[in-house]
Design a binder for this molecule. Structure first.
Ligand SMILES: O=C(CO)[C@H](O)[C@H](O)COP(=O)(O)O
Length: 225
């Protein structure tokens, strides 16, 4: 699959979210929406009512990343509301298979996210239940953090597992993805790139997306996976 860019609105102006999404509508593939509940992570952002409002105003599909304590309760509702991708965290879900199936049943792509220190090997047998594996490349909770190089071997490992099973699972990296780090992520096997600060911290967010995409495409073409 060609690399996809998912700007995170965590770094956008929260008072003007619809306008901020419009700025990247012609260059990005997804809008990445970070839902945080101040329990799973030490930050509070937005929830279902705001996502419903954004769905009315976004020309791009929403990729909702639930960093919340009880994703089993909430994830299906995001999918039913119209989010095209909903990711739950492996560290939080109590019934991940049931919840992933409920997301799919509601018509969305089902994502499974893991924190930097969570290994991916334990999830090999459930890869068939998911459409996207999200690997956090910072500790979740805040935008603008430094990319954790230590996660790169896990990106390679995840790509091997996906390839080994011959499944169409997308591999997303999230956190500290920028012009400095995106090539290493693509070389290691990532094909969906979340970028908050690197996009919304730029003077021209659309141009920032195009630049990231160009770098990811070039690195992917050279990659051996
Ligand atoms: O999930 C997240 C934080 O938990 C954000 O999506 C992520 O950090 C993106 O922001 P940036 O590119 O600025 O690191």
């Amino acid at each position: 699959m060609a690399p996809q860019i998912a700007p995170s609105i965590l770094s956008a102006d929260f008072a003007r979210l619809a306008d901020e999404i419009a700025r990247i509508a012609d260059s990005a593939d997804w809008v990445h929406v970070d839902v945080m509940d101040n329990h799973f992570v030490p930050n509070l952002t937005l929830g279902l009512p705001v996502v419903r409002a954004l769905l009315e105003h976004s020309a791009l599909p929403l990729d909702c990343h639930l960093m919340i304590e009880d994703p089993d309760r909430w994830a299906p509702e995001y999918a039913e509301a119209g989010a095209k991708s909903v990711t739950i965290h492996a560290e939080a879900a109590k019934a991940p298979i049931r919840t992933l199936r409920a997301i799919r049943a509601a018509g969305a792509r089902a994502g499974l996210g893991v924190n930097p220190a969570t290994p991916v090997d334990g999830f090999e047998d459930i890869l068939g239940e998911i459409d996207m594996l999200l690997l956090m490349t910072v500790e979740p909770g805040f935008g603008g953090q430094k990319f954790l190089d230590v996660v790169l071997p896990k990106v390679r490992r995840a790509r091997e597992l996906i390839k080994g099973r011959d499944l169409p699972v997308w591999l997303q990296v999230d956190g500290g993805v920028s012009t400095e780090t995106i090539e290493r992520c693509a070389e290691a096997g990532a094909d969906v790139f979340v970028a908050g600060n690197a996009v919304y911290g730029a003077d021209d967010p659309a141009e920032a997306v195009r630049r990231l995409r160009g770098q990811a495409e070039e690195a992917t073409a050279k990659a051996d996976w």
